[in-house]
Write a protein that binds this ligand. Structure first.
Ligand SMILES: Nc1ncnc2c1ncn2[C@@H]1O[C@H](COP(=O)(O)OP(=O)(O)O)[C@@H](O)[C@H]1O
Ligand SMILES: O=C(O)[C@@H](O)C(=O)COP(=O)(O)O
Length: 436
């Protein structure tokens, strides 16, 4: 049975427990997106890479977002890591749990949204959760269970060409039901439109029918606000960062205002942009930045052959450090990407690019770089892991879903982790300006 959320809040305060909400995100940029929403809603937020350590205090934060790299992992690995993350959040008293996945519902053949959501339900002994990927502010809406990106069906939005998780179906009921044995259902827009009490009633009806995973039509922010209000007392909610914002706002309104964010990092070292995203928005950002700043494309076949491409990029970038930020990228067009996949295989090529960018990041930080803008979720995961960054203090948004952050640990670095499809054409310059 779910306990009223307000009662849990009181219990936390009495026991000096700190986290009002704990989240598990399936990739690093998605986590940054969610963390930025929490901050915007008024919660002091830490982003942590992996389970929160038990011997460390997080009592200066209202919210924690655990970033995992599970989006493209085998389903059993995603479930195992998500469960470990859940344990660590529960240890800190976070009884409101939010599972964050992509607003384009990025999935593998086997999951991982269904298996992870199902496992979290079981572990929390919760009977139902909403499935709410929509992000109307960024053009992602759900209508009659179908996901649209800027008015195009998901499978016609460019996501059908994604290098790791090509999305070739827009029907969320079909996608999710393929991933889990738990029953999947829908609350359609006619109900959502009527407001939170109608949603609550419909959830109760579906619960009687043993529907545990409830996809929610969402066309606008009013729908998100109503959905968040309807699940105020649920232990588990799942979705994109937009529903995360409304859940956090509900909590922040009860908690009061948070303190302003302060930076400790030195912004005067060198700055680089590393991009391994092939998404259309990143393609445009790469093209825009290249017009006015030094840039170098990765030689992917060379990397796979074992040529000294990484060293070449580091040496090249070193010439500019202190003078100008530089861009190092691999953002091939869909046809170039298809050719690479044919020649080397999808996984091998992706891993080679991730590993090269991660090594370049290591070399450049060792050489004095203190600001990194990284484009792409998997790419960010590889870079953060290579730099052994434990967590981030999350600051204000540069653009929707992309916050300015600072690494925890020494020396602090200024970091911007950008989801592939987020940001305007001039995003890289804007992020570097915000990082100054
Ligand atoms: N030339 C390339 N050939 C094959 N894979 C590539 C190439 N360039 C980038 N990739 C891979 O594409 C994937 C992009 O995913 P990601 O970084 O999550 O970006 P996004 O946020 O756009 O999804 C990464 O695994 C990256 O290594
Ligand atoms: O929900 C979203 O769209 C983002 O938060 C996100 O997860 C994007 O993933 P990547 O494009 O792989 O960065």
């Amino acid at each position: 049975m779910d306990v009223p959320y307000a009662q849990l809040q009181l219990k936390h305060q009495k026991q000096h427990m700190v986290l009002s909400i704990g989240s598990i995100a399936d990739d690093y940029t998605g986590a940054a997106d969610l963390a930025s929403m929490f901050v915007q809603a008024g919660l002091r937020t830490v982003q942590w890479f992996g389970p929160l350590p038990k011997d460390q205090s997080f009592n200066t934060y209202d919210a924690a977002v655990i970033a995992l790299k599970t989006r493209s992992a085998p389903a059993h690995v995603a479930v195992e890591q998500s469960n470990e993350a859940l344990n660590s959040l529960q240890h800190l008293g976070a009884k409101k749990i939010f599972f964050k996945y992509c607003s384009t519902f990025d999935s593998t053949e086997d999951g991982n949204i269904g298996p992870v959501a199902a496992s979290l339900l079981d572990r929390l002994q919760a009977r139902q959760t909403i499935i709410c990927p929509a992000f109307p502010g960024n053009g992602r809406t759900v209508y009659l269970g179908h996901l649209f990106v800027n008015g195009c069906l998901l499978n016609e939005s460019g996501m059908q060409n994604h290098p790791l998780n090509p999305m070739t179906d827009a029907n969320l009921l079909r996608i999710l039901q393929r991933q889990t044995s738990k029953k999947v259902g829908l609350i359609n827009y006619e109900v959502v439109q009527q407001g939170w009490d109608a949603i609550l009633q419909r959830l109760a009806v579906l619960q009687k029918e043993n529907v545990q995973l409830v996809i929610c039509d969402t066309l606008c922010d009013d729908h998100l606000a109503a959905l968040a209000r309807a699940v105020r007392n649920s232990h588990l909610a799942t979705g994109g960062s937009a529903i995360g914002y409304w859940l956090a706002r509900d909590i922040a309104e009860q908690n009061g205002t948070s303190l302003p964010w302060k930076r400790k990092s030195d912004p005067t070292g060198g700055a680089v942009v590393l991009s391994g995203s092939c998404s259309p928005a990143t393609q445009r950002q790469v093209a825009c930045f290249r017009q006015s700043r030094p840039s170098m494309a990765l030689d992917v076949p060379g990397i796979i052959r074992g040529d000294a491409c990484v060293e070449k990029c580091i040496d090249w970038a070193a010439n500019y450090l202190g003078e100008s930020p530089v861009l190092i990228y691999s953002s091939p067009t869909p046809s170039e990407l298809a050719a690479i996949h044919r020649q080397f295989g999808r996984r091998l090529a992706a891993q080679a690019v991730e590993s090269a960018l991660a090594k370049i990041a290591q070399g450049l930080v060792a050489g004095g770089v203190t600001t990194l803008v990284v484009a792409g979720g998997e790419t960010s995961g590889a870079v953060i892991d290579a730099l052994q960054i434990p967590g981030l203090s999350v600051g204000p948004s540069i653009e929707t879903g992309v916050p300015l952050t600072e690494s925890l640990g020494t020396p602090p670095l200024t970091l911007v982790l950008k989801s592939g499809n987020f940001g305007g054409d001039n995003f890289f310059a804007k992020a570097l300006e915000a990082a100054k």
